[in-house]
Design a protein around this ligand. Structure first.
Ligand code: S3P
Length: 423
């Protein structure tokens, strides 16, 4: 599997803030991560590709990011945008962020609010969207902030702003989200503590004016990319596939749990640690899946995997009910309506509700596929394109998608890999 996107972004950002040379292997060389690399270069760091997935980053030091000469183009990447807004918020620089049509529709108010409390100011487009300008505060003011949405991007933006803020910045997280920022900040030597309250709320505190030490980082494979192949193997009769190098951080591994509840045969082989994260190879066999009611509490641990779970559910026996998924409406596309439309076009039984989909599966019978003159609309969303490619594997007439270019944001060799398996 290609390198984890979340970890790849963070390795470049933190490397760019550590004085000295950080070496990264297994970096995801997708467009989103390349946007982060270009932005850190524009703010003074040296970020160099030295081989396949092998990068060297020479950082400027916390507090020493430079004023970029022009706007930073974040392309399709919400993670780059929100995390970098956090970094810029506590530096004495003004940065203008732009993005593609999908990113320009996504809400930035969720990071603008806490970063404003820290002293940064913003000039955003209508509705708190891109293009926008961040004017960093120097010094910024430490805050204690309770996350109103379960978002690792918001949490990370505040912690990254806290790196160059005098005193202690605290994020209270009632629902746990992916913890790669916490793990990596500690790895780089930041003074960061995490305590858990009796009800599961996490309190994360970072001490500011940190000095980060350069690291050697091996990025584990991305579970969100592996998800497409896990589902492909489960739903395609006769399949037995080993997927190597899959990150299994508990804050990311919800899909495997849900698919097992549905009857999916997924075994972990060769469990190990890569870059401070749990990793295994996954042996996945074709399985007769059954519809279930998915516990909404698991959503943050599989938030990017719902599009492909909907595909699995479309081929399961019985009804799968999902709920509590309002956040899916503000991803690269509105993933509830995009997947409802896409799967309906492919002949699946879908009911769209406000906060989830209800899916009546075929019990393993292939989907009809898209009609000769119909195409799935991907809305500049890589995960819609890849999910519907998997749906196409188990359809009698095939599935046609309008645009496969967004796949390059997160999984540049997806099509080759899928073709090599399907052949
Ligand atoms: C990410 C967090 C999630 C996820 C995104 C990557 C991250 O977004 O959907 O693909 O790297 O922090 P939210 O924070 O909006 O849930």
């Amino acid at each position: 599997m290609p390198g984890d996107k979340s970890i790849s972004h963070r390795s470049i950002m933190l490397g760019a803030l550590a004085v000295g040379e950080t070496r990264v292997t297994g970096l995801l060389e997708g467009e989103d991560v390349l946007a982060t690399a270009a932005a850190m270069r524009a703010m003074g760091a040296s970020v160099e590709r030295v081989g396949d997935g092998e990068w060297r980053v020479n950082g400027v030091g916390v507090g020493a990011l430079l004023q970029p000469e022009g706007p930073l183009d974040m392309g399709n990447s919400g993670t780059s945008t929100r995390l970098l807004m956090g970094l810029v918020a506590s530096h004495p620089i003004n940065v203008s962020f732009t993005g593609d049509a999908s990113l320009s529709k996504r809400p930035m108010g969720r990071v603008i609010d806490p970063l404003s409390e820290m002293g940064a100011s913003f000039e955003a487009s209508e509705g708190g969207r891109l293009p926008l300008i961040v004017r960093g505060a120097s010094p910024a003011v430490p805050i204690t902030y309770r996350l109103p949405v379960a978002s690792a991007q918001v949490k990370s933006a505040i912690l990254l702003a806290g790196l160059n803020t005098p005193g202690e910045t605290t994020v209270i997280e009632p629902v746990p989200t992916r913890d790669h920022s916490e793990r990596m900040l500690k790895g780089f030597g930041a003074d960061l503590s995490v305590t858990m309250e009796a009800d599961g709320t996490r309190v994360i505190t970072i001490k500011g004016e940190a000095e980060l030490k350069p690291q050697v980082i091996d990025v584990p494979g991305d579970p969100s990319s592996a998800a497409f192949f896990i589902v492909a193997a489960l739903v395609t009769p006769g399949s037995e596939v080993v997927i190597e190098n899959v990150g299994l951080n508990p804050t990311r591994a919800g899909l495997v749990e849900v698919l097992r509840q549905m009857g999916g045969q997924i075994e972990f082989l060769n469990e190990r640690e890569v870059g401070g994260e749990p990793v295994a190879d996954l042996l996945v066999r074709h399985s007769a899946l059954k519809g279930i009611e998915v516990d909404p509490a698991i959503a943050p641990a599989m938030i990017d995997e719902f599009p492909v779970l909907f595909v699995a559910a479309s081929l399961a026996e019985g009804v799968t009910v999902t709920s509590g998924l309002d956040e899916l409406r503000v991803k690269e596309s509105d993933r509830l309506s995009a997947m409802a439309a896409a799967l309906t076009l492919a002949g699946a039984g879908i009911e769209e509700r406000e906060d989830g989909l209800v899916i009546t599966g075929t019990g393993g019978t292939p989907l009809p596929g898209t009609a000769a003159d119909a195409q799935v609309t991907t809305h500049l969303d890589h995960r819609i394109a890849m999910s519907m490619a998997i749906a196409g594997l188990v359809s009698s007439g095939g599935v046609e998608v309008d645009d496969t270019r967004p796949i390059a944001t997160s999984f540049p060799n997806f099509e080759d890999l899928l073709a090599s398996l399907a052949g």
